[in-house]
Design a protein. Structure first.
Length: 323
């Protein structure tokens, strides 16, 4: 099955993750795309994978894959790889994806490439492009090992698109054995979230050290509400305790690609830029005319965010009232 690329499909918040659909789009461009879906999932999950490009889905809906970490999934995926030998298997660069790839790499005694932004097949090898130094330049890495190549893919590396395939499902036997039940999930905590989330948001209003405190993020939330957008933050703001980690954009936070990114009081550190520089349009507000963020902005406003944002909100309200 050398002309087939597999995608390990993940479920979060009762739906197939965006990164899974992004990887399917790329896989379908390069070769025949198939997906592996393990564990409990909503009824429409299989149809969603087929809608976005999977020509075949390997499926096992047993709860063991959610109740126990890594080992059951690694056993099942390894067995499938041994049987079908796809050319490449793609995993999201998530907690579960990284754990799985580490386990599979050790099992097959092969390398893996992490933080992949793009890739292509070259005969029996795969060449991956990896953003380096906060995506300030692109590096390449090649896997030439025999057998399936394992890649961990960065979120937002590809654009998901509808590419509907005929629905073909192969039921996979559940992994069994007491040795697979060593890492058990004891509890799950749901964090309450309000408003649009960073993942998938079309508009993001983000704040940095220039906001000067937790209380001043209220103005960003007000602006985001007017724009039907989400609020993000830099690592400095998160480390200061002003906002939760779930709002962090950057190399150690979320990678986003909205239609509009408004950077407020953000200097433009490499760590932050790596998570948002591919936004379609970037507007920056900073009182320092030499701030690095302006080099990556489509529009820049040199000014005090506490004066500029209220004026912007007033204008938005006027335009909405005039409609």
């Amino acid at each position: 099955m050398a002309d087939v690329i597999w995608v390990y499909a993940e479920v979060s918040d009762d739906r197939i993750t965006a990164t899974s659909l992004e990887m399917l789009a790329k896989a379908a461009d390069v070769a025949k795309a198939e997906a592996v879906l393990l564990g409990l999932a909503p009824e429409e999950a299989v149809e969603t994978l087929a809608k976005y490009g999977a020509s075949k889905i390997y499926r096992c809906a047993d709860a063991i894959y959610g109740d126990y970490l890594t080992l059951p999934a690694a056993e099942t995926v390894a067995r499938l790889i041994d049987t079908y030998k796809p050319a490449v298997m793609l995993f999201a660069s998530s907690y579960s994806g990284r754990d799985l790839v580490a386990s599979l790499s050790a099992r097959f005694d092969c390398g893996a490439i992490t933080d992949v932004g793009d890739f292509e097949l070259r005969g029996g090898s795969v060449e991956a492009t990896i953003p380096a130094l906060g995506a300030s330049y692109q590096n390449t890495s090649t896997l030439t090992n025999d057998g399936t190549k394992l890649l961990l893919v960065r979120p937002k590396s590809f654009e998901p698109r509808i590419n509907e395939q005929a629905l073909a499902i192969e039921q996979v036997p559940v992994a069994s054995g007491d040795y697979l039940r060593k890492l058990r999930v004891k509890d799950r905590v749901t964090v309450k979230r309000e408003g649009p989330q960073l993942d998938g948001a079309k508009i993001i209003v983000s704040g940095g050290r220039g906001l000067k405190g937790e209380e001043n993020f209220t103005i960003l939330k007000d602006l985001a509400e007017l724009l039907d957008g989400a609020v993000g933050a830099t690592r400095a703001a998160v480390d200061a305790g002003w906002v939760p980690y779930s709002m962090q954009v950057g190399q150690t936070g979320k990678t986003v690609k909205p239609d509009l990114y408004i950077a407020c009081g953000i200097s433009g550190a490499v760590q932050h830029l790596s998570g948002m520089k591919t936004s379609k349009t970037i507007i920056s507000i900073n009182k320092d005319a030499e701030a690095p963020i302006f080099q990556y902005s489509d529009f820049g406003v040199v000014g005090d965010v506490f004066k500029v944002i209220p004026q912007l909100m007033d204008e938005l309200k006027k335009r909405k009232a005039a409609k």
